[in-house]
Write a protein that binds this ligand. Structure first.
Ligand code: PFF
Length: 424
Protein backbone atom coordinates (compact mmCIF):
# COMPACT_ATOMS: atom_id res chain seq x y z
CA UNK A 1 0.00 0.00 0.00
CA UNK A 2 1.27 3.46 -0.81
CA UNK A 3 1.81 5.80 2.06
CA UNK A 4 2.74 9.31 1.15
CA UNK A 5 3.62 12.18 3.40
CA UNK A 6 5.31 15.49 3.35
CA UNK A 7 8.82 14.15 2.89
CA UNK A 8 7.76 11.69 0.28
CA UNK A 9 8.99 8.24 1.33
CA UNK A 10 6.53 6.04 -0.42
CA UNK A 11 7.39 2.43 0.15
CA UNK A 12 8.71 0.03 2.75
CA UNK A 13 11.95 -0.20 0.86
CA UNK A 14 12.10 3.58 0.85
CA UNK A 15 12.12 3.72 4.64
CA UNK A 16 14.67 0.91 4.88
CA UNK A 17 16.92 2.69 2.40
CA UNK A 18 16.55 6.00 4.18
CA UNK A 19 17.30 4.44 7.57
CA UNK A 20 20.22 2.48 6.11
CA UNK A 21 21.40 5.67 4.41
CA UNK A 22 21.37 7.40 7.77
CA UNK A 23 23.21 4.56 9.48
CA UNK A 24 25.86 3.83 6.85
CA UNK A 25 28.24 6.74 6.59
CA UNK A 26 31.44 8.15 7.99
CA UNK A 27 30.75 6.27 11.23
CA UNK A 28 31.46 3.02 9.43
CA UNK A 29 34.31 3.95 7.14
CA UNK A 30 36.07 6.78 8.96
CA UNK A 31 35.25 6.36 12.65
CA UNK A 32 35.04 2.60 13.10
CA UNK A 33 38.59 1.86 11.85
CA UNK A 34 40.20 4.66 13.82
CA UNK A 35 38.36 3.95 17.07
CA UNK A 36 39.00 0.20 16.70
CA UNK A 37 42.65 1.02 15.98
CA UNK A 38 42.94 3.08 19.15
CA UNK A 39 41.17 0.49 21.28
CA UNK A 40 42.94 -2.74 20.58
CA UNK A 41 41.41 -4.02 17.33
CA UNK A 42 39.97 -7.47 18.03
CA UNK A 43 39.06 -6.68 21.65
CA UNK A 44 37.07 -3.71 20.41
CA UNK A 45 35.42 -5.61 17.56
CA UNK A 46 34.01 -8.37 19.74
CA UNK A 47 32.54 -5.91 22.23
CA UNK A 48 31.19 -3.84 19.36
CA UNK A 49 29.38 -6.82 17.84
CA UNK A 50 27.89 -7.72 21.21
CA UNK A 51 26.72 -4.11 21.62
CA UNK A 52 24.96 -4.19 18.25
CA UNK A 53 23.04 -7.29 19.34
CA UNK A 54 22.33 -6.27 22.91
CA UNK A 55 21.68 -2.55 22.56
CA UNK A 56 21.70 -1.64 18.92
CA UNK A 57 18.86 -3.84 17.76
CA UNK A 58 16.39 -3.14 20.59
CA UNK A 59 17.14 0.58 20.43
CA UNK A 60 16.80 0.83 16.66
CA UNK A 61 13.42 -0.88 17.04
CA UNK A 62 12.55 1.51 19.86
CA UNK A 63 13.27 4.65 17.88
CA UNK A 64 11.36 3.47 14.83
CA UNK A 65 8.46 2.52 17.10
CA UNK A 66 8.37 5.95 18.78
CA UNK A 67 8.27 7.59 15.36
CA UNK A 68 5.73 5.26 13.86
CA UNK A 69 3.31 5.32 16.80
CA UNK A 70 3.49 9.06 17.35
CA UNK A 71 3.72 10.11 13.70
CA UNK A 72 5.61 13.17 14.96
CA UNK A 73 9.00 14.80 14.71
CA UNK A 74 11.48 14.40 17.55
CA UNK A 75 10.11 17.62 19.04
CA UNK A 76 6.56 16.31 19.35
CA UNK A 77 7.00 12.54 19.65
CA UNK A 78 7.43 12.12 23.42
CA UNK A 79 4.75 14.62 24.37
CA UNK A 80 2.29 13.07 21.90
CA UNK A 81 2.82 9.58 23.28
CA UNK A 82 2.63 10.65 26.95
CA UNK A 83 -0.07 13.28 26.60
CA UNK A 84 2.05 15.74 28.62
CA UNK A 85 5.34 17.55 28.28
CA UNK A 86 7.25 15.94 31.13
CA UNK A 87 9.59 14.24 28.65
CA UNK A 88 10.08 17.32 26.52
CA UNK A 89 13.68 17.64 27.71
CA UNK A 90 14.47 14.43 25.82
CA UNK A 91 13.37 16.08 22.57
CA UNK A 92 15.73 18.97 23.22
CA UNK A 93 18.48 16.56 24.20
CA UNK A 94 18.13 14.77 20.84
CA UNK A 95 17.98 17.99 18.82
CA UNK A 96 21.06 19.38 20.60
CA UNK A 97 22.92 16.12 19.93
CA UNK A 98 22.02 16.31 16.25
CA UNK A 99 23.45 19.84 16.00
CA UNK A 100 26.65 18.90 17.83
CA UNK A 101 27.15 15.90 15.53
CA UNK A 102 26.55 18.08 12.46
CA UNK A 103 29.32 20.45 13.55
CA UNK A 104 32.11 17.88 13.24
CA UNK A 105 30.43 15.48 10.80
CA UNK A 106 30.27 18.11 8.08
CA UNK A 107 33.94 18.89 8.62
CA UNK A 108 34.85 15.26 7.96
CA UNK A 109 32.43 15.15 5.02
CA UNK A 110 34.44 18.12 3.77
CA UNK A 111 37.66 16.10 4.07
CA UNK A 112 36.00 13.45 1.86
CA UNK A 113 35.00 16.14 -0.62
CA UNK A 114 38.56 17.42 -0.65
CA UNK A 115 39.96 13.94 -1.32
CA UNK A 116 37.36 13.41 -4.03
CA UNK A 117 38.53 16.60 -5.71
CA UNK A 118 42.15 15.50 -5.34
CA UNK A 119 41.34 12.06 -6.71
CA UNK A 120 39.93 13.74 -9.81
CA UNK A 121 43.10 15.83 -10.17
CA UNK A 122 45.40 12.93 -9.32
CA UNK A 123 47.01 15.00 -6.56
CA UNK A 124 48.03 12.27 -4.14
CA UNK A 125 49.30 9.81 -6.76
CA UNK A 126 52.88 8.74 -6.14
CA UNK A 127 52.98 9.86 -2.48
CA UNK A 128 54.36 7.39 0.05
CA UNK A 129 53.13 6.88 3.61
CA UNK A 130 55.12 9.76 5.13
CA UNK A 131 54.13 12.14 2.34
CA UNK A 132 50.46 11.21 2.64
CA UNK A 133 50.55 11.89 6.37
CA UNK A 134 52.20 15.26 5.80
CA UNK A 135 49.73 15.98 3.03
CA UNK A 136 46.77 15.38 5.33
CA UNK A 137 48.16 17.87 7.85
CA UNK A 138 48.60 20.42 5.06
CA UNK A 139 45.04 19.90 3.91
CA UNK A 140 43.42 20.32 7.31
CA UNK A 141 45.59 23.24 8.34
CA UNK A 142 44.33 25.39 5.49
CA UNK A 143 41.42 27.11 7.23
CA UNK A 144 39.73 28.79 4.23
CA UNK A 145 39.87 25.58 2.26
CA UNK A 146 38.43 23.56 5.15
CA UNK A 147 35.62 26.05 5.65
CA UNK A 148 34.76 25.83 1.99
CA UNK A 149 34.96 22.02 2.06
CA UNK A 150 32.71 21.87 5.13
CA UNK A 151 30.12 24.29 3.82
CA UNK A 152 29.63 22.68 0.40
CA UNK A 153 28.02 19.55 1.91
CA UNK A 154 25.99 21.75 4.29
CA UNK A 155 24.50 23.52 1.28
CA UNK A 156 23.99 20.27 -0.62
CA UNK A 157 22.14 18.75 2.34
CA UNK A 158 20.06 21.88 2.73
CA UNK A 159 19.21 21.77 -0.98
CA UNK A 160 17.96 18.19 -0.69
CA UNK A 161 15.69 19.15 2.19
CA UNK A 162 14.62 22.40 0.53
CA UNK A 163 13.60 20.80 -2.76
CA UNK A 164 12.14 17.78 -1.01
CA UNK A 165 13.95 15.41 -3.29
CA UNK A 166 13.93 12.49 -0.91
CA UNK A 167 12.37 10.31 -3.58
CA UNK A 168 15.40 10.97 -5.73
CA UNK A 169 17.71 10.19 -2.82
CA UNK A 170 15.77 7.03 -2.16
CA UNK A 171 16.27 5.85 -5.73
CA UNK A 172 19.90 6.91 -5.71
CA UNK A 173 20.59 5.01 -2.45
CA UNK A 174 19.14 1.86 -3.94
CA UNK A 175 21.84 2.02 -6.58
CA UNK A 176 24.67 3.49 -4.52
CA UNK A 177 24.52 1.26 -1.48
CA UNK A 178 25.20 -1.93 -3.46
CA UNK A 179 27.84 -0.08 -5.47
CA UNK A 180 29.60 1.02 -2.27
CA UNK A 181 29.53 -2.56 -1.00
CA UNK A 182 31.01 -3.92 -4.24
CA UNK A 183 33.69 -1.24 -4.26
CA UNK A 184 34.65 -2.09 -0.70
CA UNK A 185 34.83 -5.79 -1.43
CA UNK A 186 37.17 -5.07 -4.34
CA UNK A 187 39.32 -2.85 -2.12
CA UNK A 188 39.35 -5.48 0.62
CA UNK A 189 40.61 -8.05 -1.87
CA UNK A 190 43.35 -5.65 -2.97
CA UNK A 191 44.30 -4.89 0.62
CA UNK A 192 44.51 -8.60 1.45
CA UNK A 193 46.94 -9.13 -1.40
CA UNK A 194 49.42 -6.63 0.07
CA UNK A 195 52.57 -8.09 1.62
CA UNK A 196 52.19 -8.44 5.38
CA UNK A 197 48.41 -8.05 5.30
CA UNK A 198 47.96 -11.04 7.63
CA UNK A 199 49.10 -8.98 10.57
CA UNK A 200 46.26 -6.53 9.95
CA UNK A 201 43.73 -9.32 9.93
CA UNK A 202 45.14 -10.69 13.16
CA UNK A 203 44.92 -7.23 14.69
CA UNK A 204 41.23 -6.97 13.76
CA UNK A 205 40.09 -10.50 14.46
CA UNK A 206 42.26 -11.73 17.32
CA UNK A 207 39.85 -11.61 20.22
CA UNK A 208 42.27 -10.97 23.03
CA UNK A 209 39.95 -10.81 26.01
CA UNK A 210 42.72 -9.47 28.22
CA UNK A 211 42.61 -6.20 26.29
CA UNK A 212 38.95 -5.51 27.04
CA UNK A 213 39.06 -2.58 29.45
CA UNK A 214 36.22 -0.36 30.74
CA UNK A 215 37.42 2.29 28.29
CA UNK A 216 37.23 -0.15 25.35
CA UNK A 217 33.69 -1.15 26.34
CA UNK A 218 32.56 2.45 26.66
CA UNK A 219 33.99 3.39 23.29
CA UNK A 220 32.36 0.35 21.68
CA UNK A 221 28.94 1.24 23.09
CA UNK A 222 29.26 4.81 21.87
CA UNK A 223 30.49 3.73 18.46
CA UNK A 224 27.57 1.29 18.16
CA UNK A 225 25.06 4.09 18.81
CA UNK A 226 26.83 6.51 16.54
CA UNK A 227 27.10 4.04 13.69
CA UNK A 228 23.50 2.88 13.92
CA UNK A 229 22.25 6.50 14.29
CA UNK A 230 20.62 5.56 17.60
CA UNK A 231 20.09 8.08 20.40
CA UNK A 232 19.47 11.33 18.55
CA UNK A 233 16.06 10.64 17.05
CA UNK A 234 17.06 10.28 13.40
CA UNK A 235 15.09 7.06 13.29
CA UNK A 236 12.19 8.58 15.18
CA UNK A 237 12.00 11.09 12.37
CA UNK A 238 12.05 8.39 9.70
CA UNK A 239 9.82 6.05 11.74
CA UNK A 240 7.11 8.69 11.50
CA UNK A 241 7.13 8.20 7.74
CA UNK A 242 6.82 4.41 7.95
CA UNK A 243 3.85 2.64 6.40
CA UNK A 244 1.68 1.32 9.23
CA UNK A 245 2.01 -2.34 8.29
CA UNK A 246 5.81 -2.27 8.13
CA UNK A 247 7.57 -4.14 10.94
CA UNK A 248 9.98 -1.94 12.86
CA UNK A 249 11.85 -4.97 14.24
CA UNK A 250 12.52 -6.36 10.79
CA UNK A 251 13.58 -2.95 9.46
CA UNK A 252 15.90 -2.59 12.46
CA UNK A 253 17.45 -5.99 11.76
CA UNK A 254 18.08 -5.19 8.11
CA UNK A 255 19.64 -1.83 8.92
CA UNK A 256 21.84 -3.26 11.68
CA UNK A 257 23.09 -6.08 9.46
CA UNK A 258 23.99 -3.82 6.59
CA UNK A 259 25.62 -1.24 8.86
CA UNK A 260 27.73 -3.83 10.65
CA UNK A 261 28.76 -5.44 7.39
CA UNK A 262 30.05 -2.13 6.05
CA UNK A 263 31.96 -1.38 9.27
CA UNK A 264 33.68 -4.79 9.37
CA UNK A 265 34.46 -4.53 5.69
CA UNK A 266 36.06 -1.13 6.28
CA UNK A 267 38.24 -2.78 8.92
CA UNK A 268 39.25 -5.49 6.44
CA UNK A 269 40.25 -2.79 3.94
CA UNK A 270 42.12 -0.57 6.38
CA UNK A 271 44.07 -2.76 8.81
CA UNK A 272 45.91 -5.02 6.34
CA UNK A 273 47.03 -1.82 4.59
CA UNK A 274 47.95 -0.15 7.88
CA UNK A 275 50.41 -2.92 8.71
CA UNK A 276 51.61 -3.42 5.17
CA UNK A 277 52.50 0.26 4.67
CA UNK A 278 53.82 0.72 8.19
CA UNK A 279 51.21 3.09 9.61
CA UNK A 280 50.23 3.17 13.26
CA UNK A 281 46.73 1.68 13.85
CA UNK A 282 46.20 4.22 16.64
CA UNK A 283 46.84 7.11 14.23
CA UNK A 284 43.51 8.76 15.15
CA UNK A 285 40.93 10.57 13.01
CA UNK A 286 43.30 10.92 10.05
CA UNK A 287 43.80 7.15 9.77
CA UNK A 288 41.61 6.36 6.78
CA UNK A 289 42.54 9.53 4.92
CA UNK A 290 46.18 8.53 4.82
CA UNK A 291 45.65 4.80 4.39
CA UNK A 292 42.97 4.77 1.70
CA UNK A 293 44.98 6.72 -0.90
CA UNK A 294 47.83 4.24 -0.31
CA UNK A 295 45.56 1.34 -1.26
CA UNK A 296 43.79 3.15 -4.08
CA UNK A 297 47.10 3.94 -5.77
CA UNK A 298 47.93 0.27 -5.93
CA UNK A 299 44.69 -0.75 -7.58
CA UNK A 300 44.18 -1.30 -11.28
CA UNK A 301 42.30 1.63 -12.79
CA UNK A 302 43.63 3.61 -9.86
CA UNK A 303 42.28 6.98 -11.02
CA UNK A 304 38.79 5.60 -11.58
CA UNK A 305 38.90 3.60 -8.34
CA UNK A 306 39.91 6.66 -6.34
CA UNK A 307 37.26 8.91 -7.85
CA UNK A 308 34.55 6.28 -7.50
CA UNK A 309 35.45 5.41 -3.93
CA UNK A 310 35.59 8.98 -2.63
CA UNK A 311 32.42 9.83 -4.53
CA UNK A 312 30.57 6.93 -2.92
CA UNK A 313 31.96 7.85 0.49
CA UNK A 314 30.89 11.46 0.05
CA UNK A 315 27.37 10.40 -0.91
CA UNK A 316 27.20 7.92 1.98
CA UNK A 317 28.09 10.84 4.26
CA UNK A 318 25.40 13.01 2.67
CA UNK A 319 22.63 10.45 3.26
CA UNK A 320 23.62 10.62 6.94
CA UNK A 321 23.74 14.41 7.10
CA UNK A 322 20.32 14.54 5.45
CA UNK A 323 18.89 12.51 8.33
CA UNK A 324 20.65 14.69 10.89
CA UNK A 325 19.42 17.93 9.43
CA UNK A 326 15.92 16.51 8.99
CA UNK A 327 15.74 15.93 12.77
CA UNK A 328 16.13 19.66 13.33
CA UNK A 329 14.07 20.84 10.36
CA UNK A 330 11.04 18.63 11.12
CA UNK A 331 11.26 19.59 14.80
CA UNK A 332 11.47 23.29 14.09
CA UNK A 333 8.38 23.15 11.86
CA UNK A 334 6.45 21.35 14.57
CA UNK A 335 7.75 23.45 17.46
CA UNK A 336 6.62 26.61 15.67
CA UNK A 337 3.15 25.08 15.14
CA UNK A 338 3.79 25.33 11.41
CA UNK A 339 4.20 29.10 11.57
CA UNK A 340 7.58 28.37 10.04
CA UNK A 341 7.24 26.42 6.84
CA UNK A 342 9.77 23.87 5.67
CA UNK A 343 11.77 26.38 3.66
CA UNK A 344 12.10 28.80 6.55
CA UNK A 345 13.08 25.97 8.87
CA UNK A 346 15.71 24.76 6.42
CA UNK A 347 17.17 28.27 6.29
CA UNK A 348 17.36 28.64 10.07
CA UNK A 349 18.85 25.18 10.62
CA UNK A 350 21.36 25.77 7.82
CA UNK A 351 22.45 29.06 9.38
CA UNK A 352 23.02 27.49 12.79
CA UNK A 353 24.84 24.52 11.23
CA UNK A 354 27.08 26.84 9.22
CA UNK A 355 28.22 28.57 12.40
CA UNK A 356 28.90 25.24 14.13
CA UNK A 357 30.89 23.91 11.18
CA UNK A 358 33.03 27.04 11.02
CA UNK A 359 33.69 26.80 14.76
CA UNK A 360 34.74 23.16 14.41
CA UNK A 361 37.12 24.07 11.59
CA UNK A 362 38.62 26.93 13.60
CA UNK A 363 39.04 24.90 16.76
CA UNK A 364 40.40 21.36 16.51
CA UNK A 365 39.74 21.06 20.24
CA UNK A 366 36.07 21.79 19.75
CA UNK A 367 36.04 19.26 16.93
CA UNK A 368 37.38 16.38 19.02
CA UNK A 369 35.45 17.49 22.09
CA UNK A 370 32.13 17.35 20.17
CA UNK A 371 32.98 13.92 18.81
CA UNK A 372 33.78 12.62 22.31
CA UNK A 373 30.84 14.30 23.98
CA UNK A 374 28.37 12.83 21.52
CA UNK A 375 29.77 9.30 21.51
CA UNK A 376 30.48 8.88 25.18
CA UNK A 377 27.69 10.89 26.79
CA UNK A 378 24.90 12.34 24.66
CA UNK A 379 23.99 9.35 22.51
CA UNK A 380 24.25 6.68 25.25
CA UNK A 381 22.18 8.76 27.69
CA UNK A 382 19.66 9.69 24.98
CA UNK A 383 19.31 6.03 24.09
CA UNK A 384 19.00 5.03 27.74
CA UNK A 385 16.20 7.52 28.27
CA UNK A 386 14.34 6.36 25.17
CA UNK A 387 14.67 2.79 26.36
CA UNK A 388 13.06 3.67 29.71
CA UNK A 389 10.40 5.76 27.99
CA UNK A 390 9.27 2.99 25.67
CA UNK A 391 9.74 0.20 28.22
CA UNK A 392 7.58 1.89 30.86
CA UNK A 393 5.06 3.89 28.89
CA UNK A 394 4.33 2.11 25.65
CA UNK A 395 1.71 -0.62 25.70
CA UNK A 396 1.35 -3.54 23.30
CA UNK A 397 5.01 -4.47 22.97
CA UNK A 398 6.48 -7.94 22.96
CA UNK A 399 6.99 -8.83 26.66
CA UNK A 400 10.65 -9.69 26.06
CA UNK A 401 11.26 -6.28 24.48
CA UNK A 402 9.46 -4.53 27.34
CA UNK A 403 11.59 -6.38 29.87
CA UNK A 404 14.81 -5.61 28.01
CA UNK A 405 13.95 -1.93 27.63
CA UNK A 406 12.84 -1.48 31.22
CA UNK A 407 15.71 -3.22 32.94
CA UNK A 408 18.48 -4.76 30.93
CA UNK A 409 19.38 -2.03 28.44
CA UNK A 410 19.27 0.89 30.93
CA UNK A 411 21.14 -1.00 33.65
CA UNK A 412 23.83 -2.14 31.24
CA UNK A 413 24.33 1.29 29.69
CA UNK A 414 24.49 2.90 33.12
CA UNK A 415 27.00 0.38 34.46
CA UNK A 416 29.24 0.67 31.42
CA UNK A 417 29.02 4.40 31.54
CA UNK A 418 29.93 4.71 35.23
CA UNK A 419 32.62 2.10 34.88
CA UNK A 420 34.14 3.84 31.87
CA UNK A 421 34.21 7.14 33.76
CA UNK A 422 35.98 5.40 36.61
CA UNK A 423 33.15 6.06 39.07
CA UNK A 424 32.70 2.37 39.97
N1 PFF B 1 25.22 6.76 11.60
C1 PFF B 1 25.97 7.78 10.92
C2 PFF B 1 27.30 7.21 10.50
O1 PFF B 1 27.63 6.09 10.91
O2 PFF B 1 28.01 7.87 9.78
C3 PFF B 1 26.13 9.02 11.76
C4 PFF B 1 24.83 9.53 12.34
C5 PFF B 1 23.78 9.89 11.50
C6 PFF B 1 24.66 9.61 13.70
C7 PFF B 1 22.59 10.35 12.02
C8 PFF B 1 23.47 10.06 14.24
C9 PFF B 1 22.44 10.42 13.38
F1 PFF B 1 21.33 10.83 13.90
Amino acid sequence: MEHTNKTGFSTKLGVIMAAAGSAVGLGNIWKFPYVAGENGGGAFLIVYLLCVLLFGLPLLTTELLIGKRSGRSVYGAFRALRGNSRWQWLSWWCIASAFIIMGFYFVVTGWCGNYLYEAVLNTYTGMDAAQLTAHFSDVVSSTPRMILCGLVPVLMTAAVLWFDVNKGIERMSKLLMPLLLIMMVVMAVRALMLPGSGEGLRFLFRFDFGRITPQVVMMAVGQCFFSLSVGTGALITYGAYMPKQQSEARTALQVALLDTLVAVLAGVVIFPAVFSFGYDPAEGPQLVFVVLPSILQQMSFSWLSGVLFFLLLFIAALTSTISLMEIAVASLCEASHDRLNRHQSVLIVTAITTVLVILCVLSPRLFSWSDRLVTTILMPLGALSMSLFVGWFMPRLHPALTFALRWIVPAAILLIFLNGLGVL
